[in-house]
Write a protein that binds this ligand. Structure first.
Ligand SMILES: *Cc1c(COP(=O)(O)O)cnc(C)c1O
Length: 402
């Protein structure tokens, strides 16, 4: 079957599933086995040395985990894929496996909070030079890249203000100096954006978010050029940040409905962004699907949908944020995003809690910002909920003449 020729919704359901063979089960089973046994020592040796396909030990590979890896590989049209215990496992293994003393990274200031910590606190201790550019200033980034680097690390749309970077343009700049391009595609998902087709060499995902989609399992995925994925896999099988069969099953199960969920979340988020934009109690609304968003044109060119996450600020202070958030009913006030249920929270307590207030200010993240990850609930109910919670702020929001 030519999976690459199929539509993504079909691939998400079928990819990897046929590798299961013998039992006839129509759902790939959870193989909770640490080791895999052989009756024939020659066959065992052939698998152990990579001459024949098979499994030896689940820190290296596992049949259930392989189903998930195959799904993301095909959805991102990649040569190879591997997996990790968490999204940060994917990101840190990729960076530590591909970098070393004397190497230089060019990235953006708005990477995910945990990734920022790697860049600011951990990688420099290994004599790795990190340059973080203003997100969205493409000229400045091209100049930094042209001055020489080994790896360009990008993320788009970013967390939490949904800034957009031009992947094709920056990948071209990176390849002119021979640098590897890594893109965190967590916010977009392969349904909305395929970085490899825009020139990236590697794509990382926090599978914990939209891919799993139900907030009940953690995982990380990496896919892209075979030679690079294998290099990272060699490091991961030794450092041990491996994904287990049970969460792999839950993520693969969630991915079967990925296209359905993302299409709905794209549509709902756009409606909610427009509703908030028109509301008198709301300050800024950050959503790349709004044509007033500075990254809208780039997003429209490189994405097929604008995603399920938006952020906005209230005309008010942090006390108003508290009153508003605790008045919402159809929401979990929690970290994370990309679930079937709506999740919201201020970045100062979620994605960017690792940063200081000054660091958040530098990134243009107001202390009163709210990140809102739209679930699959009926959008009319979500808008009614936002509306009643905003009404709690009446004294601030009521226009003078009404
Ligand atoms: C959550 C997240 C991560 C980290 O993933 P974990 O599974 O929590 O380790 C990385 N990048 C982005 C964009 C994320 O949202």
């Amino acid at each position: 079957m030519d999976f690459f020729a199929q539509k993504k919704g079909t691939t998400a359901v079928w990819a990897g599933e046929d590798a299961q063979g013998a039992t006839g089960a129509t759902t790939a089973p959870i193989v909770n086995s640490v080791a895999f046994s052989y009756h024939d020592l020659d066959e065992w040796y052939a698998v152990a040395t990579g001459k024949t396909e098979g499994h030896i030990y689940s820190r290296n590979t596992n049949p259930t985990v392989q189903v998930l890896e195959e799904k993301i590989r095909i959805l991102e049209s990649a040569e190879a894929a591997t997996s990790f215990a968490t999204g940060m496992g994917a990101i840190s293994n990729t960076l530590f496996a591909l970098l070393g003393p004397g190497k230089r990274v060019v990235s953006i200031k708005d990477t995910y909070g945990g990734t920022s910590r790697l860049f600011l606190d951990f990688l420099p201790a290994y004599q790795i030079d990190i340059t973080l550019c203003e997100t969205g200033n493409h000229e400045a980034m091209e100049a930094e890249i042209a001055s020489g680097c080994d790896l360009v690390y990008l993320e788009t749309p970013t967390n939490p203000t949904l800034k957009v970077v031009d992947l094709k343009r920056l990948a071209a700049a990176a390849h002119r100096v021979g640098a590897i391009v890594v893109v965190d595609n967590t916010f977009a998902t392969p349904i909305n954006q395929n970085p490899l087709q825009l020139g990236a060499d590697l794509v990382v995902h926090s599978a914990t978010k939209f891919l799993c989609g139900h907030s009940d399992a953690m995982g990380g995925l990496l896919c892209g050029k075979k030679e690079l994925v294998e290099k990272v896999f060699r490091f991961r099988e030794i450092n041990g940040a491996s994904l287990q069969a049970e969460p792999a099953y839950l993520i693969a199960r969630g991915m079967k409905t990925l296209e359905l969920r993302i299409e709905r979340q794209n549509a709902s988020a756009l409606k909610i962004a427009r509703f908030l934009k028109a509301h008198p109690a709301i300050g800024d609304v950050f959503y790349p699907g709004l044509d007033t968003h500075p990254g809208h044109a780039i997003a429209a060119a490189q994405m097929s949908g604008f995603g399920g996450v938006l952020s906005f600020s209230l005309k008010g202070d942090y006390e108003d944020v508290k009153a508003f958030l605790t008045s919402l009913r159809l929401v979990h006030l929690a970290a994370s995003l990309g679930s079937v249920s709506t999740l919201a929270g201020p970045p100062r307590t979620t994605s960017h809690v690792e940063l200081t207030e000054a660091q958040r200010a530098q990134l243009g993240i107001p202390e009163s910002l709210i990140r809102y990850s739209v679930g699959i609930e009926n959008v009319e109910d979500l808008i009614a909920d936002l509306s009643q919670a905003l009404a709690v702020l009446k004294p601030v929001s009521q226009p003078a003449n009404s």
